[in-house]
Design a protein around this ligand. Structure first.
Ligand code: SF4
Length: 232
């Protein structure tokens, strides 16, 4: 089946059906890359509840919130799963910090992208290398940079197919699912952090602001992707 055929089949279907079809179609070529965001916790719950043996991977940039590490441990325990953690290359982090300082990302967009490349993109590439397809928690509603997200799309940056089971979900659906199934989530979401990344690059936002406005708050909305989703 081609990516386009699968996209036509799955666009608009419910998230559990999309994950099920992804598993049936791609089997051991499929991986779930979770950031432990609320959306990702929904997908984790779907996979774990159905006992589909889809591997879980995540990134530790070295700059995450303490709450994110607690949630990682809690999620593994709650579902009896293992989430494989990928770290940045030590030599590259040390060289970058030696040259540009520990908080280089505040100085320019280029520096910020360099840090995201070293701490996120390169480890993600390694995490995804054994697979052909990855599941991802992107939603169209999240920001201007995600308005075109589809349930099934080509990830040209990583040379993979990307499947977004929650592409059409509204924020209320995410929180409705989490409440109904008692899914563990990051408590920072209750403190004004709709999108949670590295602690040094994320701030709380008002309800009226774009979901992603708390990420790299010093940059314009169109710049607010790190390249993980091919939209840097
Ligand atoms: Fe670096 Fe900030 Fe990107 Fe994290 S979000 S990798 S600290 S620039």
């Amino acid at each position: 089946m081609t990516t386009e055929q699968l996209r036509n089949e799955l666009e608009g279907r419910d998230a559990e059906h999309i994950v099920r079809r992804a598993w049936e179609t791609y089997g051991t070529s499929l991986v779930f890359a979770t950031s432990l965001a609320a959306e990702d916790q929904v997908i984790t719950d779907i996979i774990a509840r159905n006992k589909w043996p889809i591997p879980f991977v995540t990134l530790d940039t070295g700059r995450l919130f303490a709450e994110t590490y607690l949630l990682l441990a809690e999620t593994e325990k709650r579902y009896g799963i293992k989430i494989q953690v990928y770290f940045p290359d030590r030599d590259k982090v040390e060289a970058m910090v030696a040259e540009k300082g520990i908080n280089l990302f505040y100085d320019s967009i280029d520096n910020r992208k360099q840090c995201c490349h070293v701490r996120k993109l390169e480890p993600l590439k390694r995490a995804l290398a054994p697979y052909r397809v990855w599941l991802c928690g992107l939603r169209r509603e999240q920001s201007v940079t995600r308005a075109a997200v589809q349930a099934v799309e080509e990830d040209t940056a990583n040379g993979l197919v990307k499947i977004n089971p929650l592409a059409s979900w509204k924020e209320q659906e995410v929180w409705g699912y989490i409440a109904a199934r008692q899914v563990p989530y990051n408590p920072l979401h209750d403190q004004g952090f709709p999108s949670i990344g590295c602690a040094c690059c994320t701030r709380a936002v008002k309800r009226t602001e774009d979901v992603r406005s708390g990420r790299w708050g010093w940059e314009q909305p169109e710049h607010k992707e790190c390249g993980l989703h091919g939209r840097s």
